[in-house]
Design a protein around this ligand. Structure first.
Ligand SMILES: [Zn+2]
Length: 411
């Protein structure tokens, strides 16, 4: 029964005396005294105790688990975690209720804690009472199906898969989906959106729906870690991938192939925006792969909206990090205008040619989109290649057939 006391204390601390009076009224109106309050200590306001004693004297006893309406009246949160036991039925078997002790099942406890952290963010920071603004209970089901690589809000509750638990450890690419608290915040924010703006999940409104979930998912994580927005990494789903994601490099090596490890900087197009993350990423990757001969690092893929001087400043920060771990690997640096040598914007190419990097073993990226890029791109590449080591890291035929002979262009 201790969990109920913990809950009730939390409810009082959080909501104050007024809400507790409501709760007392709720008890009176419901005509029942939940058994759990018998264990409550005298920190509860006298009005509540009076109400309870009145009911006890009348011999009315209620539920061992607090009735839903009462929990909500107190202003606390109310979570239930179920296990689908690797089947597809929802919600499944109840494994933890509000205030209950940890189950020892990591997925169930993470779902419980993550729902709590999300509820607290909305309640404490935005004064929003749960996902619907009206104290809705947060139901979560873990262990959904077998080998289920996703998490989702189904319109009524949270559902989490276990990732690749059905595969041998060495084969697993995904961990369980409760492992990242920002994923939990992300999915529950879909519920907040459903109860508020109800953005249609397609096109621009769908993108906005996703973006809202990413932002609030990140906020849940930041609050949990005690970080400011500036300190946070804003990475979604960290920990979701197993270390097997690195094994793709090994697989390429064993087949005698090169592997390019690139860092995407499409949005925002300024690579310095994520400079600290890029340094951490390349330090990890270069340390792991230092002894390999097949790894090439592409430190900024398609920078855009910035001049060569910005990209160059970024490269001067990141290249020494790679070199410290892996002194002789080839490093490719993106060029202005989505790696077009500035032909698509932020040029001209002479900016790069006249102010190249001073490190050895560095190449410059060129991306050729055969459907839209023509002779002017090819001629700039040709002129530049006589003065800088160029590497065409992307060469794309069109996604839709236009009838033009673009495969020849690509060749
Ligand atoms: Zn989403």
């Amino acid at each position: 029964m201790n969990y109920d006391r913990a809950f009730f204390d939390a409810g009082i601390d959080r909501a104050g005396t007024q809400s507790v009076k409501w709760a007392a009224r709720g008890i009176m109106q419901e005509g029942m005294v939940p058994l759990w309050v018998a264990d409550m200590d005298f920190r509860a306001p006298a009005c509540v105790l009076e109400a309870l004693h009145a009911r006890v004297e009348h011999g009315v006893f209620g539920y061992a688990v607090p009735p839903e309406g009462l929990m909500e009246a107190i202003g606390g949160m109310n979570r239930i975690v179920y296990s689908a036991q690797n089947a597809g039925n929802l919600p499944g078997q109840q494994v933890r209720v509000e205030g209950g002790p940890p189950t020892g099942d990591a997925a169930a406890d993470e779902a419980y804690d993550g729902a709590g952290a999300t509820h607290s963010l909305y309640k404490d920071v935005y004064n929003r009472d749960s996902i619907d603004g009206n104290g809705a209970r947060l139901d979560s089901t873990v262990h959904y199906r077998v080998g289920y690589d996703n998490a989702f809000w189904n319109g009524q509750q949270m559902v989490y898969g276990d990732g690749d638990e059905d595969l041998a450890v060495a084969e697993r690419l995904f961990n369980r989906f409760t492992i990242a608290i920002d994923i939990i915040g992300h999915e529950l924010t879909h519920a907040v959106t459903q109860f508020t703006a109800n953005l249609v999940y397609q096109g621009q409104s769908g993108a906005l729906n996703e973006s809202m979930s990413d932002v609030f998912g990140s906020l849940v994580k930041q609050r949990n870690l005690g970080q400011t927005a500036a300190e946070a990494d804003w990475i979604i789903g960290e920990g979701l991938f197993t270390s097997r994601v690195n094994s793709l490099v090994d697989a390429a090596e064993s087949r005698g192939m090169y592997a390019i490890v690139d860092f995407h900087t499409l949005t925002p197009g300024d690579p310095t925006y994520n400079l600290a993350n890029a340094k951490t990423f390349f330090q990890n990757v270069a340390t792991r792969n230092a002894s390999k001969k097949n790894v090439i690092y592409e430190i900024t893929n398609e920078p855009n909206g910035v001049s060569w001087s910005t990209i160059r400043a970024y490269a001067n920060e990141v290249i020494p990090v790679i070199r410290a771990a892996d002194p002789d690997a080839v490093i490719i640096v993106g060029t202005p205008g989505w790696s077009s040598l500035g032909v698509s914007g932020n040029g001209p190419a002479s900016d790069v040619i006249n102010n190249k990097l001073s490190f050895p073993n560095v190449m410059y990226a060129f991306h050729f989109y055969a459907a839209s890029h023509g002779d002017n791109y090819r001629s700039v590449l040709q002129q530049t290649a006589s003065q800088l080591p160029m590497f065409v890291t992307v060469n794309v035929p069109p996604w839709t057939s236009s009838g033009a002979n673009v495969f020849d262009r690509a060749r």
